[in-house]
Design a protein around this ligand. Sequence first.
Ligand SMILES: [Ca+2]
Ligand SMILES: [Ca+2]
Length: 378
Amino acid sequence: MCKKRQKRFLNDRRGFSLIEMLIVVTLLAIVVIMTSDTFTIVIKQSGQQTKIVESQIEGIIGLEMMRTDIEQTGYGLPWAFMNNVNYSEATTTPGSNYNDASSNVPRAILTGDNIGLNGSDYLVLKSTSVGINDTAQKWTYMIFNQAPKTWSSNALTAGERVVVIKPKLDVTGQPRLVVLTDGTFFCQMENETDGGGNTYATVPAGFRPTQPGEKYIIYGVDATTALRMPFNRADFYVRRPGTGMPSHCAAGTGILYKGVVNQGNGELTELPLIDCAVDMQVIIGLDTNADGVVDSRITTVGAMTAQQIREQVKEVRVYILAQEGERDSSYRHETQVMTLGEFGLVKNLDLGSAIGADWNRYRWKRYTLTVKPKSLYQ
Ligand SMILES: [Ca+2]
Ligand SMILES: [Ca+2]
């Protein structure tokens, strides 16, 4: 390298002046401050958004399960018994308050008005399909002197506990539960082999149709447990558990549960449907003059009989209030008193007294379910 070029090269490599350095350092500092602040906000908001999305999805799934259960309430319930029965239901309170008398036909829907956490309601549904096992979703029918109809999938197999109902084509005009003279009201599917050497699952002899042309319906109830009641039962309620409450839920909130009565011991097997729930209110729509149109709304079915419930309950509305996302110190919720209900049957829920001083740092969401039970009058 010649001397001239070397000199120019050195000149080009001159450093920054003090002023230039100061400007650069200051700018850098501003940029760092800006990004760290923005970054924190972005991170916080995306966390908040994730929580909101989570609680929305959870809400939708939980509510869809509840909707299906309400639609199907009464499914597989007998209107009468062929012989006297003695069954039992829930063994712990408050569930045991909604047990039917041990020899009465079961009522498909029951409600407890404002008895739970924050004055929330209690909803009881009785049907075979409301159980949380595959067997509860299965059914088939059996014609006199024939093997039960076998579906290509979801067939009842040996060992599963079922109830058998003689449908309302019967002379009494009522679907009657097949009960043996000793009071046995359920049986277990068992394998039988026909003359051609084919093995199939069927009910024991006492539970089969006895007359030519007769057809009985077989409903699956439980996979393996001996039955305490000839149906399944699910209770819906808001409760704050002693342990296991999600940490992002506000004080004073609970969990909306589906509690399925265990056929073995009568205790509730709980399935959480919505976390951070504050309240659940139920309004029942009745058709009292059989014109197919709801003309009366009540908050509890109270003293209605199984038959009245079957014939009159045309709509169930459920209102749920739950926290959405997690606590957000930059958020201010406006409405302190949230209304749940319609038709002049409104429950006012004061978030201040239910949640405490922090009530307005949470987002609160109301869900409304309007369901027409489809299986009450089969
Ligand atoms: Ca109520
Ligand atoms: Ca009417």
